[in-house]
Design a protein around this ligand. Structure first.
Ligand code: NAD
Length: 262
């Protein structure tokens, strides 16, 4: 299914890979003119060209590069603030460098993207912003103190900015993905034993694909979500609804990377 984004200009940060690329693809398929903002090494212009879009080299920790890219593309109708990173470390091994870098990309990067975009969108009195948060915005997961703090902080941005931008007709929402198959989670997806235990707690019994997050982000960005702002949408196979685990060997097998009833 594709939503109608014809005539819309969409910016996707971290758009050259994973969830951002899938979201860019869905928006482009719906007719949006898509601009990918990503790091130089990810070649955003080349990737964007494959979608019929444009790309800009942007480091979301660098306010100047965001402003320059927004100047280049013009005022967006849709902004997906998605760029992010995750590096695992025990609390004791989470050095100040790792903490600062994670917060700079995942939290300050979103703040700067949203602030710069909103300044341009407000005079037009319309627009939609989607933030890629996480299930980890809500709960803990060991060895991810910096990541989880950054993703929890995004809810503060979400709720505050939805209040401020609502009067300008700009909606601000977030998707909260669970475990999604991207390079960020390659280590998880290459370990069947780990997946078996992880997915035991997921009602749908499997991990997610980037396209499944992209469809949710696209919905929030679309006019179909015209009365939705300040909301979070879990895209997690039911993980956040599951307290005690869903799957057991009594009634199911774990095969080909997912749980299935016998
Ligand atoms: N994969 C998952 O399971 C999962 C779950 C929850 C949330 N998320 C979030 O989804 C978002 C996308 O992650 P992904 O899984 O697609 O990973 P990914 O590594 O495939 O994509 C992340 C993109 O962000 C870009 N990026 C990183 N630092 C940047 C910077 N300073 N400036 C501009 N771009 C930068 C990368 O170059 C890359 O293209 C992230 O915010 C991540 O935290 C992912």
């Amino acid at each position: 299914m594709s939503l109608d984004f014809s005539g819309k200009l969409a910016v996707v940060t971290g758009g050259a890979n994973g969830i951002g690329l899938a979201t860019s693809t869905v928006l482009a398929a719906g007719g949006a003119q898509v601009w990918l903002f990503d790091l130089e090494r990810e070649r955003p212009a080349e990737t964007a060209a494959r979608l019929g879009g444009r790309g800009c080299v942007v480091d979301v920790t660098d306010r100047g590069s965001i402003e320059a890219a927004l100047d280049a593309c013009g005022t967006p109708d849709i902004v997906v603030a998605n760029a992010g990173t995750a590096v695992e470390a025990d609390l004791g091994d989470t050095g100040r460098d790792l903490w600062d870098r994670t917060l700079a990309i995942n939290l300050t990067g979103v703040f700067q993207t949203v602030q710069a975009a909103a300044a341009r969108m407000k005079p037009r009195r319309r627009g939609a912003i989607v933030i890629t948060a996480s299930t980890n915005s809500y709960d803990g997961e060991a060895r991810l103190t910096a990541y989880n703090a950054s993703k929890a902080g995004l809810l503060g941005i979400l709720h505050t900015v939805a209040n401020e931008l609502g009067p300008y007709g700009i909606r601000v929402n977030a998707v909260c993905p669970g475990l999604i198959r991207t390079r960020l989670t390659a280590a998880h997806f290459s370990s069947p034993g780990l997946l078996k235990e992880y997915f035991r707690h997921i009602p749908l019994g499997r991990g997610g694909e980037p396209e499944e997050v992209a469809q949710a982000s696209a919905f929030l960005a679309s006019d179909l979500a015209s009365y939705v702002t300040g909301a979070t949408l879990f895209v997690d196979g039911g993980q956040m609804a599951a307290k005690f685990g869903t799957w057991s060997e009594d009634s199911a097998d774990f095969t080909e990377g997912r749980w299935r009833l016998k």
